[in-house]
Write a protein that binds this ligand. Structure first.
Ligand code: BEZ
Ligand code: FE
Length: 276
């Protein structure tokens, strides 16, 4: 362990994990060190750059609190969230695809009756949303629970409005005996992910924008089925081809149809995978 150099430091660190009792932790730590060292070698990391990286992660930690999760934003904007979702949600053809969770879900959102207005005062144009939850064999999923959340006309989630206590444009609905659901809300619009922190600085420095295409978030749960965490995207929205967090799947894009009175209607069916 003395006089370690650039040729043997990696093996020395890996050997230091020899007594790790959890085999999965040992595998992860070993691989992490291998890849981290390989990265530093490949780019010939300077001491100044290494320190900039430390400062970046320090700022990422400092700006994170119970309302702002900069590490999730970092994972999302580097595609790590989409990679992890894709690797862990390999479903049979026909099932609704999953996509990133994002940082704006709130546990314990209000429960609403079918048909209710979940906007609850959020600013925006009326949008009626409906559809059915089914299983892979076409069977309806009665009583499926749909946890829905979205931003308002200004591109902000309720939790981003300073001092707003009540839930807006989020809620939980229970599908009927045929798995059908419907509710009223507002039309989602494209919005910029929080970019006044280190992740925003990274996006700017790399010539990227912080925008996401218009979407509604859904978490669909039902006994006997895998939980589905996904979005429904609005067709023709800006940024469908350059989502800052790489979350778009073509199968999740649907037409939100404008009505003669200016309001919108969106219909989307979810197909759940049976639980293993
Ligand atoms: C969202 O859609 O709410 C979201 C996802 C990833 C990063 C930021 C926001
Ligand atoms: Fe979102």
């Amino acid at each position: 362990m003395r006089n370690l150099n650039q040729d043997n430091i990696t093996q020395a660190v890996i050997a230091s994990f020899a007594n790790t009792t959890d085999p999965r932790l040992k595998q992860i730590m070993t691989s992490l060190v291998q890849h981290l060292h390989a990265f530093a070698r490949e780019v010939k990391l300077t001491e100044e750059e290494w320190f900039q990286g430390i400062e970046f992660l320090t700022r990422t930690g400092h700006i994170t609190n119970d309302k702002r999760q900069e590490f999730i934003l970092l994972s999302d904007t580097l595609g790590l969230s989409t990679l992890t979702v894709a690797m862990n949600n390999d479903k049979p053809a026909g099932c609704t695809e999953a996509t990133v969770f994002g940082p704006f879900h709130v546990k314990g959102a209000p429960h609403y009756e079918l048909g209710a207005d979940i906007a609850n005062g959020a600013k925006g144009t009326l949008c009626r949303v409906r559809g059915q939850v089914r299983g892979i064999n076409g069977e309806p999923v009665p009583g499926a629970q749909l946890d829905v959340w979205q931003s308002d006309e200004d591109g902000l989630y309720d939790v981003q409005h300073e001092g707003l206590e009540q839930a807006q444009a989020r809620g939980i609905l229970t599908a009927d005996s045929e798995g059908r659901y419907h509710f009223r809300s507002i039309v989602a619009v494209p919005y910029a992910i929080p970019h006044d922190g280190p992740v925003g600085a990274m996006l700017e420095a790399t010539g990227r924008h912080p925008w996401r295409p218009a979407h509604l978030h859904f978490m669909v749960t039902a006994p006997g089925y895998e939980t589905l965490i996904t979005h429904v995207f609005r067709d023709h929205s800006d940024y469908l081809d350059s989502d800052a967090v790489f979350g778009v799947r073509q199968s999740l894009v649907c037409d939100w149809v404008q009505q003669p009175d200016g309001s919108y209607q969106m219909e989307y069916d979810f197909v759940l995978n049976p639980a293993k």
